[in-house]
Design a protein around this ligand. Structure first.
Ligand code: GH3
Ligand code: MG
Ligand code: MG
Ligand code: MG
Length: 310
């Protein structure tokens, strides 16, 4: 850490974090020269930058890629920037993308309307690039902090139940357009209470951390691991049928049961878990889907634990 950074952190931590490095921006403006200039300058600042010269191209890109922040021009042809606001409202999976309007209009009614529609900021043209950049960094930093608090489990660093259910909802909606198989598995550590009783709660915590780290290693990019309750987790597997999901869980269980997750004195502590695997069926609610997997988990417990049932 260099001296400047130390100075900055003494004044007020969290103003701008390094975590926003590599964030992705989508710049939407019909003015080619201006757009290209912004792309170049933001790339130089270390962002991943994509651009669109009109609203319809922007919509396509938003559906196919993941962006952290949009910079949006208002006056564009054939559709104005306001059309994009409506698109963001209609697509809940785009709800958390930050947005700055960069507009030639200094009309206060435009400013008010954009903020009411969900813009995080409004900058008028002509602008100073460094000012826009400072606003982008500030908004992205806040968004990251929000994301950390809202969507992650503090003990294990995996996603929490809120994030999981949000993603499940998005995938269920996507399924209406593009049919596919998808599965969840609910798994729960066997006799975890005994581990806490015998070794203490802090050893239990270390085991939860070790378990999630190992499970994450076994998952594919598209799978999502979330802590659903105390020692109960859900793996959400889009584009996966029940057979494959069960194979994945069997493989994870095989790995976990032979792996020491904590050491107390000379004793290596290992655990097992029980899991239920359930494929999504048309018109199920999230609750029905989770309940189905939960019932299978309890069947696995009943049958002697340390197993996966679909
Ligand atoms: P079963 O095989 O039937 O699941 O038995 P179990 O002992 O795992 O189930 P039970 O529901 O009786 O106990 C769960 C235990 O998990 C009790 C609770 O204290 C512990 N637990 C839940 N969250 C945490 C946590 O964050 N840290 C630690 N160390 N323990 C936790
Ligand atoms: Mg324009
Ligand atoms: Mg348990
Ligand atoms: Mg439990």
């Amino acid at each position: 850490m260099n001296k400047d950074k130390n100075e900055q952190q003494k004044i007020r931590p969290h103003i701008i974090t390094d975590e926003i490095n590599g964030s992705s921006l989508l710049i939407i403006d019909d003015d080619d020269d201006l757009r290209n200039l912004l792309v170049r300058k933001f790339m130089k600042k270390g962002f991943n930058v994509d651009d669109a010269h009109d609203v319809s191209v922007a919509k396509q890109k938003l559906l196919n890629n993941k962006y952290d922040l949009i910079i949006l021009d208002l006056m564009m042809v054939p559709e104005s920037g306001y059309v994009l606001f409506q698109f963001l409202i209609d697509n809940p999976q785009l709800k958390w993308i930050s947005l700055i309007v960069l507009s030639g209009s200094s009309d206060v009614n435009d400013k008010i309307k954009c903020l009411q529609l969900g813009a995080d900021d409004y900058v008028t043209k002509p602008f100073q690039f460094e000012e826009v950049n400072a606003r982008v960094c500030r908004i992205l930093t806040r968004a990251k902090e929000f994301e950390q608090l809202a969507f992650y489990d503090p003990l294990t660093g995996v996603f929490n139940r809120r994030y999981l259910e949000n993603q499940m909802m998005i995938e269920i909606q996507r399924l209406e357009r593009i049919p596919a198989n998808m599965c969840i598995s609910v798994f729960d550590i066997d006799r975890f209470k005994l581990i806490n009783d015998r070794f203490g709660h802090s050893v239990g915590d270390i085991i939860l951390q070790g378990l999630t780290a190992e499970v994450k290693k076994q998952l594919r990019q598209s799978d999502l691991l979330a802590r659903y309750g105390g020692e109960e987790f859900i793996i959400f597997m889009p584009n996966t049928n029940e057979e494959d999901a069960t194979l994945i869980l069997d493989r994870i269980l095989k790995e976990i049961r032979q792996l020491p997750l904590a050491k107390v004195g000379n004793e290596n502590i290992t655990i097992t878990f029980s899991a239920g695997v359930a494929q999504y069926e048309t018109d199920m609610t999230i609750k029905e889907w989770v309940d189905r997997a939960d019932q299978l988990l309890y069947l696995a417990k009943d049958k002697g634990r340390n197993r996966v049932i679909n």
